[in-house]
Design a protein around this ligand. Structure first.
Ligand SMILES: Nc1ncnc2c1ncn2[C@@H]1O[C@H](COP(=O)(O)OP(=O)(O)O)[C@@H](O)[C@H]1O
Ligand SMILES: [Mg+2]
Length: 370
């Protein structure tokens, strides 16, 4: 395994600039997830690391070697794609060993590697089958096995799970993570799925339009998003955003919330987190996650976080462990996450407690975090 250093990478296709100055430092053995909407440049960046494309500017280092001018096969990387690209006419054993044979590795050593890799991925009993005789999940495992067999310094994955059904995707997610914990290879994993990113990554790089918006741990991108794009992209259901007028009274900031039917309510912003001093009498974008607006309980009042609002319930969606309740705040639909037993019916008024210690504020024009 090896560290990976990406420095100020630009990539143009003709006159179109697809990557606009990407820098990422991946530690040896780290699991990096590149996530972002379709077309933001994830695969392009991965292909540059693999050497399948050449950079327009910037440098890529694997270990202590600049690899810009090194051919893909000499970069010590292995790549797993969405389409598994297995050899259809070869059985699984041959699929695993073929790459090693072309590199003239001694037979006994190849046998040992095939044994080890197939045990690790639990495909020992599939070795004599053809790819067409395997399920999607099994093929995916073989594709990973083939990559593993090469003992790469860096492992690259491009949306490897997107062809699998939902249940299998969740299982393979855990399996890849477990695999990483065992072999500890440096991994760069591309996905457009923020849940995959959150659950698998040591660190996440969130991309948009060829620019990294934030490069941080899953916890930090969730709790401390650097801008509105990141805040909205990570988390499901999404963070709520609403325009809100700021007031300041004796140094204490509050937000004025229209809770419907001509009523309004002041939400107090805790002094410890308040960046709002310069915003008195101005509008900001107030961001709050669904789980931070929950049913009012006696306990929540006793702990002194009594930012309680009374709102009319519009729609109710049970998810099982908790129930989503939709209300209107400042003219915007807002999702709240409550205990199933606490949810009121549509049309009823519900008392909701807003945990303002986790509130986040964004600049109304730039979308940057205030
Ligand atoms: N070989 C290419 N020639 C021209 N444009 C390309 C090429 N490869 C990718 N692009 C463009 O670059 C942008 C980023 O593509 P890609 O890296 O595949 O995005 P992602 O993997 O995030 O969905 C897209 O607008 C795509 O059309
Ligand atoms: Mg892609």
């Amino acid at each position: 395994m090896a560290a990976l250093k990406i420095e100020n990478i630009y990539k143009k296709f003709g006159s179109v600039e697809v990557l606009k100055g990407i820098s990422l430092d991946v530690a040896s053995g780290e699991f990096l997830v590149l996530v972002g909407p379709s077309g933001c440049g994830k695969s392009t960046l991965l292909n540059l690391i693999a050497g399948l494309e050449t950079v327009s500017a910037g440098s890529i280092m694997i270990g202590d070697r600049v690899v810009n001018d090194i051919s893909p096969k000499d970069r010590d990387i292995a790549m797993v794609f969405q389409s598994y690209a297995l050899y259809p006419n070869m059985n699984i054993r041959k699929n695993l060993s073929f790459g090693l044979e072309t590199r003239k590795m001694p037979k006994a050593q190849i046998q040992e590697i095939v044994q080890k890799v197939s045990t690790l991925l639990q495909i020992q009993n599939l070795l004599d089958r053809k790819p067409s005789e395997l399920s999607g999940g099994q093929r995916q495992r073989v594709a990973m096995g083939r990559a593993l067999a090469r003992n790469p310094k860096v492992f690259l994955f491009d949306e490897p799970l997107s062809n699998l059904d939902a249940k299998l995707r969740v299982e393979m997610r855990t399996e890849i993570k477990r695999l990483h914990q065992r072999i500890n290879t440096t991994i760069v994993y591309v996905t457009h799925d923020q849940i995959e990113a959150m659950t698998m990554a040591d660190r996440i790089a969130i991309m948009k339009d060829g620019i990294v918006q934030q490069f941080d741990t899953p916890e930090n991108v969730y709790d401390n998003p650097s801008n509105r794009f990141v805040a909205g992209f990570i988390g499901s259901p999404s963070m709520n955003f609403m325009p809100a007028k700021v007031g300041i009274d004796a140094g204490q900031a509050f937000l004025i919330m229209d809770t419907g039917n001509g009523r309004s309510h002041k939400l107090t912003v805790p002094r410890e987190i308040s960046p709002l001093a310069p915003w008195n009498d101005r509008e900001v974008i107030f961001g709050i996650r669904p789980e931070q607006i929950t049913e009012d309980t006696k306990r929540s009042r006793e702990t002194g976080k009594n930012n309680i609002i009374n709102c009319e319930v519009q729609v109710v969606e049970p998810t099982g462990p908790d129930t989503l309740v939709f209300i209107q705040l400042n003219g915007v639909e807002v999702t709240c996450r409550v205990h199933p037993a606490a949810a009121r019916r549509p049309g009823e008024t519900m008392a909701l407690q807003v945990d303002m210690s986790k509130a986040i504020f964004f600049h109304p024009e730039t979308g940057e975090r205030i």
